[in-house]
Design a protein around this ligand. Structure first.
Ligand code: ATR
Length: 501
């Protein structure tokens, strides 16, 4: 279920948020603390709720600043407002904090809610960090069997997400079938929001995309429903992820989820920010991950993880990890690199290059690996140009580029230097839309110029190349093609049945 958290400061803005999102939601949270004090009039709130007539169940919440809310009164005033609101509204759920448990005024509210057929959400927020040992906290949260425990923690690292996931797993085994809510706030916790079924969360909290989210990391209901299929997704659906650091701007979730939807496949694909790759195998095990797209900076670590089962095309890097069953029944990692084919398809589409044609590769980071391997496969002569020459030298040694073909960036401008047939830009320079890694290079117009960047669609380098008459191509085709090949690999994995869990 998707719960829209109403975050405006007036009832009018709540109405607008509801209107924009009602198609995608099945639950509404009234965050009364976020309303301006003058708007917190229970009878007016009731009339407004009746007028919007959603027919949806309601969560009533008044959050304190320590839990990321804006309630500025004291606790007696807050309890009084709850009582007044309960005179007017019949919420399906009321959110009360763990630290109020057992206090007479607050237990009275809980009893009143239960007597009216409602349910208490027993919540605890950790707005700064995730305690690594969560079991005692979860035990207290779940102390009353009629309540729904809700744990919301700021997840600052992969270790934090793992701690939350372990707690959710333990809870599932101890109390099978019991409803709960697990929220990882912040980028590291995105998984809890887009794939609540993995945590067995009863629902996920969403916020209107046009407003600032009231809790870090909340996503809009339309994306949750239409892209991540939160309402349909079953915990047993095959799960895939893009792992990297950062992953927030990756287009892979959009691409792969839309393909799964088009093909009517019950599978979901999530962004997974991984800051420490050594934790990834345990995370994947706990999640029952089927496979992953691997992005910066983990492609080489992924190669090491797959060991003998890596088809890296000579790059020393993988962009795709697949979890497959060994003959003895255990699970192991296998890996492929679809970046090479993605690049070659783009290159072949952009020009026909004879064997022996000369290629300049700008950059010597992770992205250059598949490019160099691809150029070798087409029998081109490769020259590497990099800001840090030593780094290019190391890459050249690893991939078999002659050291004579390793240069600093300015050397590409030397008039007596090589004339290149193809130039491939592999650094992040140009993503800002203003910088050019080789502003001193004058195009002769015969080069084919590829830039791996796709946002912006035309980097300053590509714009200069095009103006000089060169054929140009941005990273879009490369991205799409490597993703298509990856998607095919994911589908084969699913079709091979149960072998990945
Ligand atoms: P990756 O994860 O792909 O290895 P990276 O370490 O940020 O990413 O570097 C990618 C490439 O971009 C490198 O060739 C890097 O040059 P250095 O080896 O000299 O670091 C290059 N790069 C990054 N920022 C740059 C800049 N401002 N100017 C020139 N090259 C740059």
């Amino acid at each position: 279920m998707i719960c829209l958290c109403l975050s405006g400061t007036t009832l009018e803005s709540w109405g607008e948020q509801l209107e924009r999102n009602r198609r995608w939601i099945s639950l509404v949270e009234l965050r009364v603390d976020l309303l301006k004090p003058a708007e917190r009039v229970p009878a007016t709130i009731r009339r407004w709720w009746e007028s919007v007539d959603t027919g949806l169940p309601l969560i009533l919440t008044i959050r304190r600043p320590r839990d990321l809310g804006r309630w500025e009164g004291d606790e007696a005033q807050r309890a009084y407002l709850f009582e007044e609101l309960l005179d007017e509204l019949h919420p399906t759920y009321v959110d009360l904090e763990l630290d109020r448990l057992g206090e007479p005024a607050w237990d009275r509210i809980a009893q009143r809610v239960h007597a009216a057929g409602g349910t208490i959400i027993r919540s605890h927020h950790e707005p700064r960090e995730t305690p690594q040992e969560l079991s005692p906290l979860v035990a207290r949260l779940a102390g009353r069997s009629r309540e729904i425990p809700k744990l919301a923690v700021q997840t600052n690292s992969t270790a934090d997400l793992l701690a939350l996931l372990r707690a959710a797993e333990e809870f599932k085994h101890r109390m099978p079938g019991r409803r709960a809510l697990w929220v990882g706030m912040g980028d590291h916790g995105a998984l809890t929001r887009v794939c609540p079924s993995r945590f067995r969360s009863a629902w996920t909290y969403a916020s209107d995309g046009e407003q600032e989210a009231p809790a870090p990391g909340q996503i809009d209901p339309q994306t949750l429903k239409e892209l991540y299929r939160v309402e349909e997704a079953h915990p047993e659906w095959p799960l895939f992820a893009v792992i990297g650091n950062p992953v927030g701007h990756s287009r892979s979730p959009e691409y792969h989820n839309n393909r799964f939807i088009d093909r009517r496949r019950p599978a979901v694909y999530v962004p997974l920010l991984v800051d420490d790759f050594s934790l990834f195998p345990e995370l994947a095990d706990l999640l029952g991950l089927y496979g992953a797209s691997v992005t910066v900076p983990h492609k080489e670590a992924a190669r090491r993880l797959a060991g003998d089962n890596a088809e890296d095309g000579g790059t020393g890097a993988l962009n795709t990890l697949l979890r497959v069953k060994s003959d003895d029944g255990s699970l192991r990692w296998r890996g492929i690199n679809t970046d090479i084919e993605g690049f070659l398809d783009a290159l072949r589409g952009a020009s026909t290059l004879p064997a022996g044609a000369k290629a300049a590769v700008i950059g010597a980071g992770g992205a250059a690996r598949a490019i160099v391997a691809g150029l070798f496969r087409e029998s081109l002569v490769v020259h590497l140009f990099n800001r840090t020459v030593e780094r290019a030298g190391d890459l050249a040694r690893e991939l078999g580029v002659p050291q004579d073909n390793v240069h600093g960036l300015p050397e590409i401008a030397q008039p007596e230097g090589e004339r290149f047939d193809v130039i491939v830009q592999t650094t992040s320079v140009g993503m800002d839309g203003t910088t050019d890694p080789i502003p001193f290079y004058r195009f002769h117009g015969g080069e084919t110029v590829l830039d791996i960047i796709y946002t912006p669609r035309e980097t300053p380098l590509l714009a200069r190349a095009r103006a000089a008459g060169c054929g140009t191509l941005n990273g879009e085709t490369m991205f799409r093609r490597q993703a298509e090949l990856q998607f095919d690999a994911f589908c084969r994995l699913i079709d091979d049945g149960e072998e990945c869990r």
